[in-house]
Design a protein around this ligand. Structure first.
Ligand code: SAM
Length: 268
C-alpha cells in the first residue's frame, strides 16, 4: 500500500533521497479522505481501463489497480519511475510508462480501450493534457482529475462570467463539468502555493454537432483572444451571424455552447 500519511511520505522521500521538483509539480497527496473522494468520483469497475498521468509515489495507482481492470500510468521523473517499477510492477494489469505525457500518443492510448482518466495532474502541464484528452477521437467517458483551483473554476465556468473562456468551451463542448471538491494546500506534501480542486468530467451522450472540429477550435480561440471586442468586428461576416441568430454587438464571453456551435457551422 502506498503512503498517504505526511510522516510516511516524508520518510519514504528521505529514504529515496528524493527532493520534490516544483517544475514537475511534485506535490504528493497526503490525505486519505481526498484520495477516497477522487476514487469514488471516478466510479470505477473492473470493466474500466484507466489512464493516470503522474503516478508519483503511487498513492492513486495502487487503489486504481484494485478497483479497475487495467491501468496505464505515465511518469516522467526517473527516480519516481524506478520506485514505481520496483514497488508496483510487474503486474499484469499495469502498463507503467517512463515518459513525458506531452510526448506520448495519448489519443492512441485512449483508442486502445482506455475509458477513464484519474490523475492528480502536474500543474504546469495539466491544462494542455486535459485539452488534448477532450479533443481525442476516442475521448474518455469519465475523468476525475485534480488541478489548480483557478483552472477548475475556468473549466466549469458559465457564460458571462470572468472565468468563462477558451478552456471552458473546449472542455464543456463534449463534457458535463463539475467542480467536485476543493482541496486545501495542506493535503499535499510539499504544500503547493495554490489551492487545488477535483474536477469531474462526464462525457455527453452525443458528440456536439460541429461540422469542422479544427475550425471550431480556431474560431473560439481567435475570438477569445479579444474577448471584449464585438463579434461583428471579430468574424466580419454579418450574414453568418444572422444565420446563427447572434447579434453582431455581442461579445465572445457571452456566447453559450449552442451559440458557438451555430456560429461555427454558419461560417462553414
Ligand atoms: N499522483 C501522485 C500523487 O497524487 O501524490 C503525484 C502527483 S504530482 C501532483 C504530479 C506527478 O506528475 C509527479 O509524479 C511528477 O513527476 C509527474 N509529472 C510531471 N510532469 C509530467 C509529465 N510531463 N509527464 C508525466 N508525468 C509528469
Amino acid at each position: 500500500m502506498s503512503p498517504t500519511r505526511p510522516s510516511e511520505v516524508r520518510a519514504l522521500l528521505a529514504q529515496l533521497g528524493f527532493k520534490p521538483s516544483r517544475v514537475l509539480g511534485q506535490n504528493f497527496l497526503i490525505d486519505a479522505n481526498i484520495l477516497r473522494i477522487m476514487l469514488d468520483a471516478a466510479d470505477l469497475s473492473p470493466r474500466d481501463a484507466v489512464l493516470e498521468i503522474g503516478p508519483g509515489l503511487g498513492v492513486l495507482t495502487a487503489p486504481l489497480l484494485e478497483r479497475a481492470g487495467r491501468v496505464v500510468a505515465i511518469e516522467k521523473d526517473d527516480m519516481l519511475y524506478a520506485h514505481l517499477a520496483r514497488t508496483l510492477a510487474p503486474s499484469p494489469t499495469l502498463a507503467l510508462l517512463h515518459a513525458d505525457a506531452l510526448d506520448c500518443d495519448l489519443a492512441g492510448i485512449l483508442a486502445g480501450g482506455v475509458n477513464k482518466v484519474v490523475a492528480n495532474l502536474p500543474y504546469s502541464v495539466g491544462t494542455r493534457i486535459l485539452v488534448e484528452l477532450c479533443r481525442a477521437a476516442a475521448r474518455p467517458e469519465r475523468m476525475a482529475v485534480t488541478v489548480q483551483r483557478e483552472v477548475a473554476e475556468r473549466m466549469a465556468a458559465r457564460p458571462d462570467t470572468g472565468d468563462y473562456g477558451v478552456l471552458s468551451v473546449f472542455v464543456q463542448i463534449d463534457y458535463a463539468v463539475s467542480l467536485h471538491k476543493r482541496i486545501p494546500r495542506t493535503c499535499f506534501f510539499p504544500a503547493p502555493q495554490v489551492e487545488s480542486a477535483i474536477v469531474v468530467l462526464a462525457r455527453r451522450p452525443r458528440p456536439a454537432p460541429i461540422h469542422d472540429d479544427a475550425a471550431f477550435y480556431a474560431l473560439v480561440k481567435g475570438c477569445f483572444a479579444h474577448r471584449r471586442k464585438q463579434l461583428g468586428t471579430l468574424v466580419r461576416n454579418d450574414s453568418a451571424l444572422a444565420r446563427a441568430d447572434i447579434d453582431p454587438k455581442r461579445r465572445p464571453e457571452t456566447l453559450s455552447l449552442d451559440e458557438w456551435i451555430r456560429l461555427c457551422n454558419a461560417l462553414a
